[in-house]
Write a protein that binds this ligand. Structure first.
Ligand SMILES: [Ca+2]
Ligand SMILES: [Ca+2]
Ligand SMILES: [Ca+2]
Ligand SMILES: [Ca+2]
Length: 478
């Protein structure tokens, strides 16, 4: 089925490639004009730009010849695919039971194997031959020693199909006018997160880590090497190498903290912070709740010299609530970590989990270059803020980039909106380390630019984030 889809999807490849080549020519000629326009605008507005910042702006506008566009596309979720694992169950026993007795009880169900996720006392149990997840769940649920037992639900990536690559980041600085992104739409001047203004006050801290729980990170990427503290942990293949074999995690990572002002590629939001990869998504773009739960505990406890995790980015989600997932979020939250998650891309009322856990997570919707909410962005009372998530340029794994192409691509989704907010949270935490996660969540929620209908609404939450407003020193106006 996957193969048929693949063929279908690439049936129009020759046509797309020719269109892209034409687009490249248009882009290359338009580039110089736009660059001058930006400079003019900066000069006209009298905006202060440090030499470094100007360099950063220049470096991301200069086309690095040859500019080639790589079309990548997100495999669609197969309709009617399983909602939960056919082998695994999450189970938690009443706290008064000893580890010895809980494991004796577990063995009575003759599992293939089981393991304990520490700190939240949740067991991941693989059911034995001759029995099903449904049967075992039913049996566990009537056991009075069991606090709860639940399926191990499937995670999805909160990303839309994407097409092409070239260099322009309206999300960080939107000059308005014709934008150099796919389709060349007209953008609204300063419909952006005001990153260049925020960088006057904060650029992050190398000891503040943002854990990216995703498909991994290509830590060899020229715009990410040096930004990634370790090879991380791979919960999918159970090893200590979270190299990205998909692309999604590397794209998310670049938005948060790509090396900036390095004459290479793109700028990241929190460019002095560092990244920690936890791989919970397979090469095919799928994941299980149990891996996310384990990765949350691991990231919350991670230390290396002076470095600790301050923010966790989850551009993933599932439709089902899970007590184990909520317990893991609570554990990380209580360790002082800001949790940021994607609302999902179904274009429906209904925010995905973990984003929907109001108490512990910031739920992020996707806006575009006109400060309008993307039609795919899920809505609901749990939505907290919006950030750009339409045609966002970022890094993709070098090994998955075809020879002659640049390892950058545009992608669309609440997955791409979320890392803008994670980077923002990291900038705040690095400059005001005494703030608790709840305080940082409030600061992010109460400083945006209101968009959509007036006031808080279920599509944009409190509005599109404004990093400059939250990070600039308070001024008392009389
Ligand atoms: Ca691995
Ligand atoms: Ca860069
Ligand atoms: Ca919320
Ligand atoms: Ca609004």
């Amino acid at each position: 089925m996957a193969k048929t889809n693949f063929k279908k999807k690439y049936r129009y490849l020759p046509v797309i490639v020719s269109l892209l080549l034409v687009l490249v020519l248009v882009i290359m000629t338009a580039q110089t004009g736009a660059q001058n326009k930006i400079k003019d605008r900066l000069a006209a507005s009298g905006q202060k730009t440090s030499g470094r910042l100007e360099e950063a702006l220049k470096s991301r506008l200069n086309p690095a010849p040859p500019v080639k566009i790589k079309a990548i596309s997100q495999p669609e979720r197969l309709p009617g695919g399983p909602k939960y694992s056919a082998e695994k169950i999450l189970v938690r026993f009443k706290p008064e039971l000893s580890a010895q007795s809980t494991e004796n009880i577990l063995r009575a169900y003759q599992p293939l194997h089981f393991k304990l996720i520490p700190k939240i006392n949740v067991y991941v149990m693989t059911v034995g031959e001759g029995t099903t997840v449904e049967e075992t769940l039913a049996a566990l649920k009537v056991n009075p020693d069991v606090l709860y037992a639940e399926p191990d639900y499937k995670l999805r990536l909160a990303v839309q199909p994407n097409d092409q690559l070239f260099r322009y980041q309206y999300a960080l600085y939107n000059p308005g006018g014709t934008l150099q992104i796919p389709g060349s739409p007209t953008g609204k001047n300063r419909a952006d997160i005001k990153a260049t203004g925020a960088w006057d006050f904060a650029k992050g801290d190398p000891n503040l880590l943002i854990a990216v729980l995703d498909s991994g990170i290509d830590y060899t990427h020229p715009d990410l090497a040096g930004q990634v503290i370790s090879t991380g942990k791979d919960f999918v293949n159970d090893d200590d190498d979270a190299m990205d074999d998909h692309w999604h995690g590397t794209h998310v990572a670049g938005i948060i903290a790509a090396a900036t002002n390095n004459t290479e590629g793109i700028a990241g939001v929190a460019w002095n912070c560092r990244l920690l990869p936890g791989k919970i998504i397979t090469a095919e773009g799928e994941g299980d709740y149990s891996d996310l739960i384990e990765a949350l505990i691991w990231a919350a406890d991670y230390t290396s010299a002076q470095a600790r995790v301050g923010v966790i980015n989850m551009s993933v989600g599932g439709e089902e609530p899970s007590s184990s997932l909520e317990a893991a979020l609570e554990y990380a939250f209580n360790k002082g970590i800001v949790l940021v998650a994607a609302c999902g891309n179904d274009g429906l009322a209904g925010v995905l989990y973990p984003a929907a856990y109001d108490q512990f997570c910031l739920a992020v919707a996707a806006s575009d270059y006109n400060d309008e909410i993307a039609d795919f962005s899920n809505s609901g009372p749990e939505v907290d803020v919006a950030a750009p998530g339409v045609w966002v340029l970022s890094t993709i794994p070098v090994a998955l980039t075809e020879p002659g192409y640049l390892p950058y691509a545009f992608a669309t989704g609440t997955s791409m909106a979320t890392p803008h907010v994670a980077g923002f949270a990291a900038l705040i935490k690095a400059s005001k380390p005494w703030l608790r996660p709840g305080d940082i969540m409030k600061l992010i929620k109460y400083t945006p630019d209101d968009i959509e209908t007036a006031g808080r609404d279920d599509f944009a939450g409190y509005g599109r984030i404004n990093t400059e407003r939250a990070l600039s020193p308070f001024r008392i106006v009389k």
